[in-house]
Design a protein around this ligand. Structure first.
Ligand code: GDG
Length: 491
C-alpha cells in the first residue's frame, strides 16, 4: 500500500477527510527545496483530501482572495494574504523571531510587536478561509511555526473539529522561550489543539518543562508526543538507482578524476552550520591526512533572500569558499564546489549515490531530511559515511552515524578522516542498522501515527465554543485580541 493510499484509506475508514494546513502548499510538479513541502508532498501523495495554504500572492481587489483547484484527487485551497500584514507575518515575526528563537539563536531575534500583531491577523485570515471549507467531521492537521495560533483562531470561530499541530523545527528549552515577549500567549495557544507533535523526545521534553513552568492544564484533552518525521524510503531508493547511471550523476563522477566525493545539501540558512562546515573541511585539508583525495560539493539553494541575516551568510560563504579554494586548489582540482542552484529530487538522489560521504552538520535542525535521503540513496554494496551533527533531530534516531559537535571544527575534521579510512564492513554494518530505522519509520508511518493518535478516542470531540454547524455559516466574530485558554493576553 502506498503512503497516499494509507492516509486516504485511513480517512475513509474513519469516515472523515484529512485537511492539511501549512504556510505554503506544494502543488504537484513543483520542485520543492523545503523539508516541510517535501515531507507533506510525500505524505499526502495523490490521495483525496484538502490542503490549504498561502497562494504566493498578496490580496488585491482584482481577484477573489481564495482559489480552489483539484489535482490528483486532492483539493488545494490557496489563500491570498493581506499585503499590509504579509511582511510582518512572514519576513518579520515568523522568520526573524520564531525561526531564530526556536533554533536557539536569541541573538538573531528581531522582535517588533506590530509584526507579532500582523502574524496573529494572518492566522485569522487562514482560519476564516479554512472555516469556510470545513465539514463537521474533518480532521485538521496544521504544520509549523507560521501557524501556531491557528487552532485558537478556529476555536474562536466555533470550529470544534479535531485539530493537530506538528512543529517541524526544534523547540528550545524554557530559558530560551522565556526571552520572547508574549511567550506565554504563544505557547499557551498550543493548548487549543487536541494533539501537538514534535520531532524529537528532546523537543517534547522542552515543551513539557515549559508547560510545567507556565501553563496551567486547563485543556486536559491537549496531548503531546514526539513523532520523528521520515522519508519515502522506497521512492528514494528507486530514484537513486534509476539516476545512478544518468547523465548528471555520471558527469559528476567523471568530473572527479578518481577523487572521492563529499556532499552537503542544505537551504542557505544560518541554522545549517555552513561556515563552520567549510572551516572544518579546510581543517581536514590542513591536516595532511588524505588531503587532496576529497572534493566537497555543497549545494545550497538560496532561501529567504530578503532577510538580512541570510544576505550576510551568503556573503560570508562566498568569501570562505573563495578563500579556501584560493589557498588549496591545484590546477586540476578545486576542493569546494559551492553551488547555489536547486536541482530536481531525481538529480539530487543521483548525486547522493555518487557521494562517499555526506556532511550534515547543522547547528540546530528539527530533523534534517537530507541525512535520511542520503542514506536511502546509497548502494548496499558500497555505502557512504554519514557525518551528522548531534544537534540535528535525526541524530536521536541515527546513532550509528559519525556524530559530531558542529561547533568543534577539529572534531568534524577528524570525522572526515575517520570516514576516509572506514572499512567497507563497518560502513555496511552502520548503514544496514540505520536503514532498518528509516524503513521502520518512513513518511507514511509518521503521518499514520500522527493521524491515528489525533483521531484516537482518548480525545473526545471537544464541545464547540460557539454554534458550529456548518462552520461556514458561523456568524461569530473573531475576537479583537486573542487570549490564551488561561486568559493570558497576547499584548
Ligand atoms: C524543515 C526543518 C525538517 C534541498 N535542496 C534541494 C532540495 N532539497 C530538499 C531536500 C530535503 C528538503 O529540501 C530539505 O529538508 P531538511 O529537512 O533538510 O531542511 P528544512 O528545509 O530546513 O526543513 C527540518 C523538515 O522541515 C521536515 O520536517 O527535517 O529540520 O528545518 O528533502 O532533499 N530538493 C530539490 N532540489 C534542491 O536543490 N528538489
Amino acid at each position: 500500500m502506498s503512503t497516499a493510499e494509507a492516509i486516504v484509506g485511513m480517512g475513509a475508514r474513519a469516515g472523515s477527510r484529512t485537511v492539511m494546513v501549512s504556510n505554503r502548499v506544494a502543488l504537484p510538479g513543483q520542485t520543492q527545496t523545503g523539508g516541510l513541502a517535501v515531507a507533506l508532498t510525500a505524505a499526502i501523495g495523490e490521495g483525496s483530501g484538502l490542503w490549504l495554504g498561502w497562494s504566493g500572492t498578496l490580496a488585491s481587489d482584482k481577484r477573489p482572495p481564495i482559489c480552489k483547484q483539484s489535482q490528483g484527487g486532492l483539493d488545494y485551497v490557496l489563500v491570498d494574504l493581506p499585503a499590509d500584514d504579509f511582511e510582518g507575518y512572514y519576513h518579520g515575526y515568523a522568520n526573524r523571531v520564531l525561526w531564530p528563537l526556536f533554533h536557539y539563536r536569541i541573538d538573531l531575534v528581531d522582535y517588533h510587536r506590530e509584526q507579532r500583531d500582523a502574524y496573529l491577523r494572518v492566522n485569522r485570515v487562514f482560519a476564516e478561509a479554512l472555516a469556510q471549507q470545513l465539514r463537521g467531521d474533518d480532521v485538521i492537521w496544521v504544520h509549523d511555526y507560521h501557524l501556531i495560533p491557528l487552532a485558537q483562531c478556529l476555536r474562536d470561530l466555533g470550529v470544534g473539529n479535531r485539530i493537530g499541530f506538528f512543529l517541524h523545527i526544534p523547540l528550545p528549552p524554557p530559558d530560551v522561550l522565556n526571552a520572547l515577549p508574549g511567550h506565554r500567549a504563544l505557547l499557551g495557544a498550543l493548548e487549543a489543539y487536541d494533539l501537538v507533535g514534535f520531532q524529537t523526545r528532546n523537543d517534547l521534553q522542552n515543551f513539557r518543562h515549559y508547560q510545567a513552568q507556565h501553563v496551567p492544564i486547563t485543556q486536559p484533552r491537549c496531548r503531546s508526543d514526539a513523532f520523528p518525521i521520515g522519508i519515502d524510503v522506497d521512492a528514494i531508493i528507486r530514484t537513486a538507482q534509476a539516476n545512478e547511471a544518468r547523465v548528471a550523476g555520471h558527469d559528476l563522477r567523471a568530473s572527479l578524476s578518481g577523487r572521492r566525493l563529499a556532499i552537503g545539501v542544505d537551504r542557505l540558512d544560518y541554522s545549517k552550520g555552513l561556515p563552520e562546515r567549510f572551516k572544518a573541511f579546510e581543517r581536514h585539508l590542513q591536516s595532511g591526512e588524505d588531503a587532496g583525495h576529497w572534493t566537497y560539493l555543497q549545494i545550497a539553494p538560496h532561501s529567504r533572500t530578503r532577510v538580512p541575516e541570510y544576505q550576510s551568510l551568503r556573503r560570508e560563504l562566498e568569501g570562505l569558499a573563495g578563500h579556501i579554494n584560493g589557498r588549496h586548489a591545484r590546477p586540476d582540482w578545486t576542493p569546494i564546489r559551492y553551488v547555489n542552484d536547486s536541482f530536481p529530487q531525481s538529480v539530487l538522489a543521483g548525486f547522493y549515490r555518487a557521494a562517499d560521504m555526506a556532511l550534515i552538520t547543522p547547528l540546530r535542525d528539527g530533523m534534517n531530511l537530507v541525512a535520511k535521503e542520503y542514506l536511502a540513496s546509497q548502494s548496499p554494496l558500497d555505502p557512504g559515511v554519514l557525518v551528522l551533527s548531534r544537534f540535528a533531530g535525526a541524530a536521536e534516531e541515527l546513532p550509528q552515524a559519525l556524530l559530531v559537535n558542529p561547533h568543534d571544527i577539529d572534531e568534524v575534521a577528524s570525522a572526515i578522516n575517520t570516514a576516509s579510512s572506514m572499512p567497507l564492513a563497518e560502513r555496511q554494518d552502520r548503514w544496514h542498522t540505520m536503514m532498518d530505522t528509516l524503513r521502520g519509520n518512513d513518511v507514511g508511518h509518521w503521518a499514520r501515527r500522527f493521524l491515528q493518535t489525533l483521531r484516537a478516542p482518548a480525545a473526545p470531540p471537544r464541545t464547540p465554543t460557539a454554534p458550529a454547524e456548518p462552520a461556514q455559516k458561523n456568524t461569530r466574530q473573531p475576537q479583537a485580541t486573542l487570549a490564551t485558554t488561561d486568559g493570558v493576553p497576547w499584548q
